[in-house]
Design a protein around this ligand. Structure first.
Ligand SMILES: [Fe+2]
Length: 550
């Protein structure tokens, strides 16, 4: 049933945590590691790659306290299809290095199988089940992608899963690009993360009740922010970052919607964009969704060239922020982020345009807007913490006559997707000005020629309140200071003031022989998940036009 949320509760949901536990849920470092459930027994699994073609061999690396396990593989699309089942596969416990998030687990291969010749492109969920020490079953979930076959793809959509962002956020093993156990005091985030480890809990499957990041609460005056998703994660044993990234929270909702709406949709990982850019050839429409924050230079080259020669890119995603590099044939992702200028070796004699810093760092010279029309540092947070917690829940529409809104019934000044809360929790924007009631990019915004702004909402890059003390802020002004320094050379108050007010947009522009449509919000997929008719219609308008159906 479609959901309308006009009557929001006034209290935060409560998951039974004490005050101390609630603080721990948000401020504490907690993660999945081999040995964490040794009393009950464990099973963990990863595959050698993110994606495979038909006929290729998937190698699973498994570590378990049990001596055997069973495996079920389900294709997770518009419907769930059981593809294969097998019982009695041998397992053993395998040692894992302390810094496995960085180095990979290094487990021996446990089991191999061949991707069937009739397995359609898509996401394949692997569930391993074994007997726990107390007789109760223990389980783990993994996901791999089956990529499309080469050849013409007339009428088909290619969705590229945001696997670089999954990798950046995965908490498995203790370190990711946000927090971690690296450095002399075991308290630093990892600038390098390995694909050779299991996904964290909640990236592959989630129960329906798992909260999304944006608040579904009418926040009372002077309220100290709470973070229901992290509290729920802490209370239920899920990853602290389950709601920030992953197939279950983001990419799956578009893929399932597209199949249910009878689109022919294929799936690839970002590794294909990087290593096999020809995968885009022949598609009329390529789609990016959800929280899509980490890209390599080569991935952008692939999309830019595809659009130039007549392709259509539709991005329903937010936070186009960081350049990454891939090493070890893609098994290692590098992103120094906030420490790039101090630590990334390319600043000491390498090619500085490949620095793993914000795309908008002047030394890189390739703002995200040149590919997708919007920039991350002009956008950022909305609808959580102290960043516009009572802000718009949908996109304020300025150009309702645009083809993307045909048939929605939307008016000038309406909010698109407010009921389903599509606006947040990270959005991408542009510096702009309003004339005669219509927004235009400013001349120095970096917007591509001819870009049209269809919708604009407000966002914040700092958590700032006269009523909430700094120690109660989770986001604070760290990101804002970083952006100030990256763009203007110094993290001064004056520079912070230039960057702290952001926005999130829907934009459309032509490039070469092709075209880009970009609804710059992580939460667009919430509109598809919650069956918001207007959000579904806009999504279909974009797909239909780009597939030549309308
Ligand atoms: Fe992000």
């Amino acid at each position: 049933m479609p959901v309308a949320m006009t009557d929001l509760p006034t209290e935060f949901p409560d998951f039974g945590l004490t005050l101390h536990q609630r603080r721990q849920a948000v401020r504490g470092l907690y993660w999945e590691w081999p040995g964490m459930d040794s009393e009950h027994g464990e099973i963990w699994c990863y595959s050698d790659r993110f994606s495979y073609r038909r006929g290729e061999t998937v190698t699973l690396h498994v570590s378990s306290t049990a001596s055997s396990f069973s495996m079920a593989i389900v294709r997770d699309g518009g419907i769930e299809t059981k593809m294969s089942e097998k019982a009695g596969i041998a397992a053993r416990w395998q040692d894992t290095p302390d810094q496995c998030s960085v180095l990979g687990c290094g487990w021996d291969a446990s089991f191999e199988f061949r991707v069937g010749d009739d397995w359609p492109s898509g996401a394949y969920r692997v569930t391993l089940t074994a007997d726990g020490r107390d007789g109760k079953p223990v389980r783990c979930h993994h996901l791999f992608i089956v990529t499309p076959q080469p050849g013409k793809k007339r009428g088909r959509v290619l969705q590229v899963a945001a696997t670089s962002t999954w990798l950046a956020y995965s908490t498995w093993g203790g370190s990711n690009h946000y927090e971690g156990i690296t450095g002399p005091n075991r308290d630093q985030y990892a600038p390098m993360v390995s694909t050779q480890r299991p996904w964290c809990r909640g990236f592959v499957v989630l129960p329906k009740e798992a909260p999304r990041v944006p608040l579904e609460v009418a926040v009372a005056p002077k309220t100290v922010p709470r973070y229901p998703h992290m509290e729920w994660a802490f209370a239920t044993g899920h990853s602290k970052k389950y709601a920030s990234s992953g197939w279950a929270s983001y990419d799956s909702h578009f893929f399932r919607f597209a199949e249910r709406a009878a689109y022919a949709v294929d799936l690839a990982s970002q590794h294909e964009l990087h290593f096999s850019p020809e995968i885009l050839d022949g598609y009329d429409c390529v789609v990016f969704v959800g929280h899509d924050e980490y890209w390599t230079w080569e991935m952008r080259d692939a999309v830019d060239a595809y659009v130039e020669r007549g392709g259509h890119a539709a991005r329903f995603a937010g936070n186009f922020m960081w350049q990454t590099r891939l090493e070890d044939e893609g098994r290692r992702q590098v992103c120094y982020k906030y420490r790039a200028r101090a630590e990334d070796p390319v600043y000491r004699g390498g090619d500085v345009t490949r620095a793993t810093n914000s795309w908008e760092a002047p030394e890189i010279g390739r703002p995200g807007a040149t590919t997708f029309g919007l920039n991350a540092t002009r956008g950022i947070y909305a609808g959580w913490g102290g960043c516009a917690p009572r802000g718009v829940r949908g996109f304020p529409v300025y150009r309702p006559e645009h083809w993307a809104f045909a048939g929605t019934g939307i008016y000038y000044g309406d909010l698109l997707g407010a009921d389903s809360h599509v606006y947040g929790y990270e959005v991408d924007g542009l510096d702009h000005e309003i004339h005669g009631g219509l927004p235009y990019p400013t001349p120095d915004s970096g917007a591509p020629d001819g870009l049209e702004i269809l919708a604009v909402g407000m966002a914040a890059q700092v958590e700032e309140s006269a009523d909430i003390p700094f120690e109660h802020q989770f986001l604070g002004d760290e990101d804002g200071r970083f952006t100030a320094e990256t763009l203007f050379g110094e993290a001064s108050d004056a520079n912070l003031d230039k960057v702290k007010r952001g926005n999130g947009m829907i934009v459309n522009f032509r490039r070469g022989k092709g075209e880009v449509f970009h609804a710059g919000s992580c939460e667009w997929v919430a509109g598809l998940l919650r069956q918001d008719a207007m959000v579904e219609r806009v999504t279909r308008n974009v797909l239909d036009r780009y597939l030549g159906k309308s």
